[in-house]
Design a protein around this ligand. Structure first.
Ligand code: PLP
Length: 394
């Protein structure tokens, strides 16, 4: 890539793979499984890693390279790889860097499938784990073991929207020589850059806001050249490669990430403020509401408060269920990060596999409702919430 721009919006739009002889204005889709060699010497040099270039799409592809270059510039990392899903990014970042006998420490509220990897899959290879509570940072250092190799966190957490001070945790990791891996899916590279705050690895489910329109499953791992070298070796041979078609969709999606996130966040803040004043609401959590317990940290490390709002309607689980059955416009699905506003009841869907005690530990009360604010007009989002609150009363 020729020019290096510094501003997020320009990085998202002006970085691209070199034009072909057709001088196309936008990057074409490179649906090719392999690439031809100029001659025997070039083939040798490519395989010896002496020169950059594409060999085979499981290793690299121009569409995925373009996506990764942009994400690296946005996150402030040297290198990265694109993966076929968010979960393949989480799994690859752990499996490539941990070995038998190592210990991974994670925040208790990780994404459901990440929890399954940590508790059911990594133990098959003798990798130990334990969890810490986001709400008690004073206990974290005491939970570090001699064999702790990685700390894995999500902030804001799902669905309680608790905040971890990334800078403080990174200092702790550096003191103990531990890799800090942050799943930055909820914040996106636009709102929060964990590596700039001292983390070592950023992982993404690009399925959510990076695509932002509910059409692609994808992920990414971003880190220093040294860390990505090990991850690339693991990925090249185990094969979680992203389809170039999805890479093309996502590179295009990044062009609008800043304007989309601004609107997502403005809508979410307006909804949170509306709910906070509503007499039928017991609790509202939104990172950039002054009532949030970690408001100061959220203000320090996040440009805006994100697209998610969680709240509890007065009247317990029954009222919560009635609320969900009363919405008209909002989509009732378990996903998030879409142009369409989505409403979810975590206790009966995304977090139904946890016991009541485990749910309580991660701040999921039975009546908790999560809204992923979309890009519809804010008046229509609030009107739908108001309607459901009214209809669920009786
Ligand atoms: C959705 C999600 C994932 C998993 O991503 P997929 O693309 O569905 O595989 C991981 N972490 C978080 C925080 C998520 O929201």
């Amino acid at each position: 890539m020729s020019t290096q721009y510094e501003n997020f919006e320009t990085i998202a739009i002006r970085n691209r793979e070199p034009k072909t002889a057709n001088r196309e204005h936008t990057t074409p889709i490179y649906l090719t499984s392999s690439f031809t060699f100029e001659d025997a010497e070039q083939a040798r040099a490519l395989f010896a890693d002496e020169i950059p270039g594409n060999i085979y799409t499981r290793f690299s592809n121009p569409n995925n390279n373009e996506l990764i270059q942009k994400l690296c510039l946005m996150e402030g990392t040297e290198d990265g790889i694109a993966t076929a899903s968010g979960m393949s990014a989480m799994f690859t970042s752990m499996a490539a860097l941990l070995k038998s006998g190592d210990h991974i420490l994670a925040c208790r509220s990780v994404f459901g499938s990440t929890h399954q990897i940590i508790t059911q899959i990594l133990p098959k290879w003798g990798i130990e784990h334990s969890y810490f509570d986001i709400s008690s940072p004073e206990t974290w250092e005491g939970m570090i073991r001699k064999n702790t190799k990685m700390i894995f966190v999500e902030t804001p957490s799902n669905p309680a929207l608790d905040i971890i001070d990334i800078e403080a945790l990174a200092k702790l990791c550096n003191k103990h020589n531990i890799l800090l891996n942050v799943d930055n899916c909820f914040a996106t590279p636009y709102l929060q850059n964990p590596v700039k705050l001292g983390a070592h690895i950023v992982t993404h489910s690009a399925t959510k806001f990076i695509d932002g329109q509910g059409r692609v499953i994808a992920g990414a791992i971003l880190a220093s050249k040294e860390i990505i070298k090990d991850i690339r070796f693991f990925a090249r041979h185990s094969g979680p490669a992203l389809s170039p078609f999805s890479g093309w969709v996502l590179s295009k999606s990044l062009e609008t990430l800043a304007v989309r996130m601004d609107r997502h966040c403005d809508n979410a803040l307006a909804l949170a403020e509306y709910l906070e004043k509503h007499p039928e609401i017991e609790l509202v959590k939104y990172p950039h509401l002054p009532s949030h317990p970690d408001y100061a940290i959220a203000k320090k490390q996040m440009k805006k408060g994100g697209a998610l709002v969680t709240f509890i309607v007065k009247g317990g689980v029954d009222r919560g269920r009635k609320f969900l059955n009363s919405v008209e416009m909002m989509s009732h699905t378990a996903n998030l990060g879409d142009s369409r506003t989505i409403v979810t009841h975590p206790a009966s869907t995304t977090h139904s596999k946890l016991s009541d005690a485990e749910r309580a530990q991660v701040g999921i009360q039975a009546g908790l409702i999560r809204i992923s604010c979309g890009l519809e007009h804010i008046n229509d989002i609030i009107a739908d919430v108001a309607l459901a609150l009214e209809k669920s009363k009786s």
